[in-house]
Write a protein that binds this ligand. Structure first.
Ligand code: DAH
Length: 339
């Protein structure tokens, strides 16, 4: 019997050397320490062992069992670790691999245009100020020299919320707010969303404007022309020419409309500029003294100029967009074309 047990231990020693994976280890466990295994078989044979020898033989069997269980546990840990390492090295992520899915986003064409305007104005020393889109009549009209009965109100079909509260029709409302709250020198631009009851290929009920205001001592029409000429050259290039035409805005006196040489044909005439060589870009003028005084700035001491422009139209010109509403439809085919 002892001989048999020693042979079993010897066999267990030899066979564990051959085990290379968890499956083989499991077979080994079944063969030696399983319910039907060799150790159980030996235990069954204990009945035949003489009474006085049983304790010694039992101890011998236990020693083999401890040995077998020990080597199994040991090897199992090693094999599990090996398996995990293999898995980890196979799963290695190549961070340089380009992604197969997903698309790159882009800045909306309108905001690209805004950014160009803002960058150019910041370069010229302007500060960016924004104001509310839901505005009171006072800042959108009254303070800008457009009283309740003024015919200029007809030019701006307004969305009224109450008699006194409306969606601002122009970013000029920010001028009124700033002039009321600050002392000159003032040099601000104000980008933002504006609203009017309009909807066709060149008008959208939601559109965007960009406003500029400078107020200080001795500000003249020359400052206006110099600043706008410089701004336009930054935006459209050094060779761009400007044309100032007399116009009317209630909050500026005198008022002008500013045209620039067509950025496509360079002034020779094309479809975009309707063969005039120029495109209309912005409205501007010297701040009406009534507006200054109405906002608490003494018009005998200070003067100023202002300008305002539709950003959507500028964007349409720059990106050759035929219908303003395309800017707001969020159609990816369109946005991918102009990004
Ligand atoms: N607010 C005017 C509009 O919506 C544009 C404008 C014209 C703004 C002249 C100005 C300005 O600041 O001086 O039509």
């Amino acid at each position: 019997m002892e001989e048999k047990i020693k042979e079993l231990k010897e066999l267990a020693k030899q066979e564990i050397e051959k085990v290379t994976n968890l499956e083989e280890l499991n077979n080994y466990r079944l063969k030696f320490s399983g319910k039907q295994g060799l150790l159980t078989e030996i235990m069954r044979g204990m009945r035949e062992v003489a009474q006085e020898k049983r304790a010694a033989v039992g101890a011998l069997v236990n020693e083999v069992r401890t040995f077998v269980e020990g080597v199994i546990k040991n090897l199992e840990e090693k094999l599990n670790e090996k398996k995990l390492n293999e898995k980890l090295s196979n799963e290695k992520i190549d961070i340089t691999e380009p992604s197969k899915e997903g698309e790159y986003g882009a800045i909306h064409p309108l905001y690209k245009t805004f950014n160009k305007l803002i960058d150019a104005c910041v370069e010229l020393g302007f500060e960016v100020v924004t104001g509310p889109e839901v505005e009171v009549d006072k800042y959108n009209f009254e303070k800008l020299n457009v009283p309740k009965d003024h015919p200029a109100r007809d030019m701006q079909d307004t969305f009224y919320i109450t008699d006194d509260i409306l969606l601002r029709t122009q970013t000029s409302s920010v001028q009124a707010r700033v002039m009321e709250n600050r002392k000159p020198p003032i040099k601000i631009v104000s980008p933002g969303r504006t609203y009017r009851v309009d909807n066709d290929a060149t008008h959208s009920p939601v559109f965007h404007q960009f406003e500029g205001l400078v107020v200080d001592k001795n500000v003249s029409m020359l400052d206006l022309k110099m600043t706008l000429n410089k701004l336009i050259k930054i935006l459209f290039g050094e060779n761009t020419e400007t044309r100032f035409r007399p116009s009317f805005f209630p909050f500026t006196e005198p008022s002008v409309e500013v045209d620039v040489t067509c950025p496509y044909c360079g002034g020779t005439g094309c479809n975009l500029c309707k063969h005039t060589g120029f495109i209309e870009l912005l409205g501007a003028g010297m701040v009406n003294p009534k507006v200054l005084d109405g906002c608490g700035i003494d018009s005998k001491v200070y003067s100023g100029f202002a300008f305002g422009q539709g950003v959507d139209r500028l964007c349409m010109v720059m990106d050759k967009i035929p219908d303003m509403r395309m800017l707001f439809e969020s159609d990816m085919r369109f946005l991918n074309q102009v990004k």
